[in-house]
Design a protein around this ligand. Structure first.
Ligand code: MD3
Ligand code: FE
Length: 199
């Protein structure tokens, strides 16, 4: 099923169990080459979400602010974006232009992500595509402008969201994760992949 919430397209159950398991195996490979880390925001507060990236660039933050970096903090290049992940982009966004970054967000028990906009990319005409794996999460969507009302939806393992057009700059965040709600990840938690064109 396909829902549209404030211009965000939510494709419920887009990935079946086998596709999800194959993707998790590939993401474990990414995290083996480029280990998960919890960066500090520009305000000096450590994020509760652990992250890493694949592709030409990885998303990064420290006291200097939010940006894309060509290398993992260890100095190694980010590993390539797995083909299992690229194929979702090819089928839903574009076969001509591949994403520059696959940001991997990992939510352990209690991790959340406050309401924010994604505006570190050069060209907002490209959508952001998101893939949810593992535990169910409450995803909150607001408006382009700050303040105002929000709506929320539960994202389950295998759901895919596409944020393009009017939805590209809406405020959004993850309120909470229902820890242990999925058996996809042996130790629980939630993985979110976001695919972006950066430059
Ligand atoms: C709406 N991640 O990495 S994915 C992020 O589940 C991020 O980890 C959340 O927000 C997560 O920046 C939400 C859904 C999502 C991703 C990008 C968006 C929604 C979006 C960009 C624009 C609007
Ligand atoms: Fe975001």
């Amino acid at each position: 099923t396909r829902l549209a919430i404030r211009g965000v397209e939510v494709l419920k159950g887009y990935l079946g169990p086998e596709a999800q398991a194959a993707m998790v195996a590939d993401i474990r490979g990414v995290a083996a080459a480029a280990p998960l880390f919890s960066p500090e925001t520009r305000f000096g507060k450590k994020m509760s979400v652990a992250m890493t990236s694949a592709g030409k660039y990885g998303w990064y933050t420290d006291r200097r602010g939010y940006r894309y970096e060509p290398r993992h903090p260890s100095g190694v290049a980010w590993p390539p974006i797995p083909e299992t992940v690229l194929s979702v982009w090819r089928d839903l966004v574009s076969a001509e232009r591949m994403p520059d970054c696959c940001l991997v967000n990992f939510y352990r028990e209690g991790a959340k992500m406050g309401l924010h906009q994604d505006r570190d990319e050069a060209d907002f005409s490209w959508p952001v595509l998101s893939i949810s794996l593992g535990d169910t999460a409450r995803f909150r969507i607001g408006a382009v402008d700050r303040g105002g009302s929000t709506e929320s939806v539960w994202l389950e393992s295998g759901d895919v969201c596409v944020m393009g057009g009017e939805a590209r700059l809406v405020h959004h965040g993850i309120d909470k994760v229902r820890f242990g709600s999925s058996t996809l990840l042996s130790d629980g938690g939630r993985i979110n992949l976001t695919l972006r064109v950066v430059d």
